[in-house]
Design a protein. Structure first.
Length: 51
């Protein structure tokens, strides 16, 4: 009976391999902050036209 349940669930199948949990990848740290981006935009902004 136990073997039939394992086969029905798929645990008796040699094709299934239980994956071991790998450690989650650390999130990459941002190299540019929003403040750096704002400064970069304002530095390269074209001059405003005077009316």
């Amino acid at each position: 009976m136990e073997q039939e349940i394992k086969n029905a669930v798929g645990l008796g199948s040699p094709e299934l391999v239980i994956e071991s949990k790998s450690e989650p990848e650390p999130e990459p740290k941002p190299t540019v902050t929003i403040y750096d981006f704002a400064a970069l935009l304002s530095k390269h902004e074209p001059p405003k036209k005077q009316q």
